[in-house]
Design a protein around this ligand. Structure first.
Ligand SMILES: [Zn+2]
Length: 400
């Protein structure tokens, strides 16, 4: 049965037919005062379409239609309809057909190039799309959209220097700040340099990331990581404390590194004090600290252990299985052993469920992704602070 978009295509064909007929009817009156019949070729094309023979319809269409000012918009509409139907090859052929016309006006050429670039993007032909967008970004009415698309292409290809350049040009032309996005591009460069042990370059990139407003705490985290890797533990701890003091969700990411840095210094007393002071001011951070500790098997720090115990006592689903309150009243050895057992089970459950979720689109993942792969927004993921029992149960039922 013909689909809705088939009817749309058919409608566009009829439009073309009408345009052709009107041209014939009114454009050639001098020579012949009789209206030409509706072009039989259009009807043939229409017939192909209604029979779902899109290939034949397209060939027919490309062979017969002269691109002119009256029909060009219909060509564009047809091309974009093919793209939206996922038939990108057909969209590409239509747009190439328009570009091939020798006397095309500059504006129409740009429109056709822009459409073709979008086709390439849709088809995953990033190199070809990039070339066209670069050309359009030089100077056309598609400059802003071309630069936006270039940023997206460079993000996918991890070409961060080019992404920074496109982003900065976009800020000037589009009149809006992309400071956060550009800061992340610099952080990507910093992380790559750090991974290659080029710490001086990595520090320079972090500096550039931190020069814009608003700042991203990712810069602080990256700088702390670089300091730790290059054995500057004091600097690393100073930066990690900044993350704790800001009582941000990044504790989920930073806590394991902070604990490891303190342990390599021989004492975690400073961390215990810093966390206590943070929790005095922000008691709601307790479950995030506990959950992070459970997932990363962090123990032996009194305030962290207290958070974990409180977390278990507050968890209603756990209470259905274990009488944690009675356990808390038993003697110290039995109490610790029982809590350790529950904690081990929780840790296993937590590792089976996503830890981070995008606040914009709901995409979830096990590790923190600075750019959401689904909606492409930056810094929109937040950590979970509880084991998602529903998800675990669902997972275990569906995987049976
Ligand atoms: Zn998202």
């Amino acid at each position: 049965m013909p689909t809705e978009s088939t009817f749309l295509l058919a409608g566009l064909f009829l439009l073309l037919a009408a345009a052709g007929w009107a041209l014939g009817r009114f454009g050639e009156r001098d020579e012949e005062d009789v209206a030409p019949p509706l072009n039989i070729d259009y009807l043939k094309g229409l017939n192909f379409l209604l029979n779902e023979q899109t290939d034949q319809a397209l060939e027919h269409f490309l062979a017969m239609v002269r691109v002119d000012d009256k029909t060009i918009e219909t060509h564009f509409a047809l091309g974009s309809l093919f793209r939206r139907r996922g038939e990108v090859d057909r969209a590409i052929r239509i747009h190439q057909n328009i570009i091939a016309r020798p006397d095309l006006a500059a504006e129409q050429r740009d429109q056709a190039l822009f459409s073709l670039a979008k086709d390439y993007l849709h088809a995953g032909l990033l190199d070809r799309a990039e070339k066209l967008f670069v050309r359009l970004a030089q100077g056309s009415r598609y400059q802003v959209q071309a630069l936006e698309s270039l940023c997206s292409i460079y993000e996918q290809e991890k070409e961060w220097e080019k992404a920074i350049d496109a982003g900065q040009r976009l800020e000037v032309l589009g009149g809006r700040s992309l400071a956060l996005q550009i800061a992340h591009y610099y952080c990507e460069l910093a992380e790559a340099a750090a991974a290659a042990n080029d710490y001086p370059a990595a520090r320079q990139f972090v500096k550039k990331a931190q020069s814009g407003r608003p700042r991203t705490l990712r810069g602080t985290l990256t700088r702390a990581h670089i300091a730790r890797e290059s054995d500057e533990h004091k600097t690393a701890l100073r930066l990690y404390h900044r993350i704790i003091d800001k009582h941000t969700y990044l504790i989920a990411e930073a806590l394991p590194e902070i604990v490891a840095t303190y342990e390599s210094e021989g004492s975690t007393a400073g961390l215990d004090r810093a966390l206590r002071s943070m929790l005095d001011k922000n008691p709601e951070m307790s479950s995030l600290v506990a959950y992070t500790a459970i997932v990363n098997n962090i123990g032996g720090i009194p305030i962290v252990d207290a958070c974990v115990e409180q977390y278990m006592l507050d968890e209603p689903t756990l209470a259905e299985f274990v009488d944690l309150h009675r356990m808390a009243d038993s003697d110290a050895g039995a109490h610790d052993a029982a809590l350790e057992k529950v904690r081990g089970a929780l840790s296993k459950l937590a590792s089976a469920t996503p830890r981070y979720q995008c606040q914009e689109c709901g995409f979830s993942s096990q590790r923190l992704l600075w750019q959401c792969p689904s909606c492409r927004n930056w810094e929109t993921q937040r950590p979970a602070s509880r084991v998602q029992f529903d998800t675990v149960l669902q997972h275990s039922i569906t995987s049976r």
